[in-house]
Ligand binder design. Structure first.
Ligand SMILES: NC(=O)c1ccc[n+]([C@@H]2O[C@H](COP(=O)([O-])OP(=O)(O)OC[C@H]3O[C@@H](n4cnc5c(N)ncnc54)[C@H](O)[C@@H]3O)[C@@H](O)[C@H]2O)c1
Ligand SMILES: [Zn+2]
Length: 326
């Protein structure tokens, strides 16, 4: 795809330093006028202040309906830049160039864009599909190990929710995945994107099937919020997958064997699987309760019956959640 209008690359300062100029030159070589904009790295930038500042820079920079936004970075940049594209001039097209494993396998695909609100994560947003997603696995070479692990949590989620064969292949390939073996990683990214894209194509606006991708995220978001975003999203999701697994076992839904496989795989990737000892129980339960407002009649979970067999909309009695704090 070759856009014709003015291009606005939105990145964060870390990714900008590594790849911003190269990408700017690349697009400018195609004859485009290319502006490079950045936000500070991290979840702290995923808010209305960044969106407002970027709106202003785009408007002053001469954005038009033929302009494109290019999101160059991790999930934070993708979510913010995508939301800026969705809202400026009532929506202009955007392209995703994800640079973290998490963004490559998950957040760049599916069109969910948005920012956090002081009252909760991802509460402000839109559905705005990218015109294209370009994945270059080579950029993962500069990604810190902790960020790589962070992405693996979403890969485990996708496999556990959608495909038991993929899950078993990941179990078999732990060593190659951890060492970043190129062929293994490319295959991993391919399969994860294909699985997610298939779900999104069937249920773009999350009225049903797409909810399965929230596996691990009910507890995960509550842990992430209660930690004051000190935990990375993927780390919180890993804890969420494991704690929700325990709940599914306690409720007699999932067999212990499957729960153990899930925890073993997350542990093999050195991802956390327990609520942090320092977790403020009150904050955690409040964050979970805030989620309740989204659906009638209590917190609804996606739980696993087996690896690859999720059940959506499970009502979990409070006792199963409170048991973690006793
Ligand atoms: N929209 C969706 O469907 C969706 C899905 C999953 C997660 N998310 C969101 O994604 C966000 C998390 O994304 P993330 O984990 O990518 O975090 P992130 O965007 O904060 O990136 C993590 C860190 O890695 C750095 N970085 C990025 N690419 C790099 C590279 N190639 N080399 C060196 N450093 C690099 C960044 O500067 C940042 O400091 C959360 O806000 C989460 O809610 C959205
Ligand atoms: Zn996620």
């Amino acid at each position: 795809m070759q856009p014709t209008g003015k291009l606005f690359i939105i990145t964060d300062t870390t990714v900008g330093r590594l790849y911003g100029r190269t990408l700017q030159r690349e697009f400018a070589g195609g004859g485009n006028d290319v502006v490079l904009l950045d936000i500070p790295p991290g979840e702290g930038s995923k808010n209305h202040r960044s969106v407002h500042a970027l709106h202003t820079q785009l408007l002053k920079g001469g954005v038009g309906r033929d302009s494109f936004v290019i999101a160059l970075g991790g999930g934070v940049v993708g979510d913010v830049a995508g939301y800026v594209a969705a809202t400026i001039l009532r929506g202009i097209p955007f392209i995703q160039i994800p640079t973290t494993l998490l963004a490559q396998v998950d957040s760049s695909v599916g069109g969910k864009v948005g920012v956090d609100h002081p009252l909760g994560k991802n509460l402000i947003g839109a559905f705005h599909q990218p015109a294209a997603v370009y994945v270059d696995p080579d950029v993962l070479s500069t990604l810190p190990a902790a960020e790589y692990r962070n992405g693996l949590a979403e890969v485990v989620k996708i496999a556990a929710a959608l495909d038991h064969r993929f899950f078993a292949d990941i179990e078999r390939n732990v060593r190659n995945i951890k060492s970043g073996n190129a062929r293994t990683v490319i295959d991993l990214i391919h399969r994860a994107i294909a699985l997610k894209a298939a779900v999104v194509m069937k249920d773009e606006k999350e009225t049903g099937l797409r909810k399965v991708l929230n596996l691990g995220h009910t507890i995960g978001h509550a842990v992430e919020t209660a930690s004051g975003f000190r935990l990375r999203h993927g780390e919180a999701v890993s804890i969420g997958l494991s704690v929700e697994g325990r709940i599914a076992c306690d409720m007699g839904l999932m067999a212990k064997k499957d729960y153990r496989r899930l925890v073993a795989l997350l542990t093999a990737f050195r991802l956390p699987t327990r609520l942090p000892g320092t977790m403020n129980g009150k904050k955690f339960l409040a964050a979970l309760a805030a989620d309740k407002k989204n659906e009638k009649g209590g917190t609804r979970f996606v739980l696993l019956k087996r690896i690859g067999q999720p059940v959506v909309g499970v009502e979990v009695p409070d006792q199963f959640i409170r048991s973690f704090f006793q």
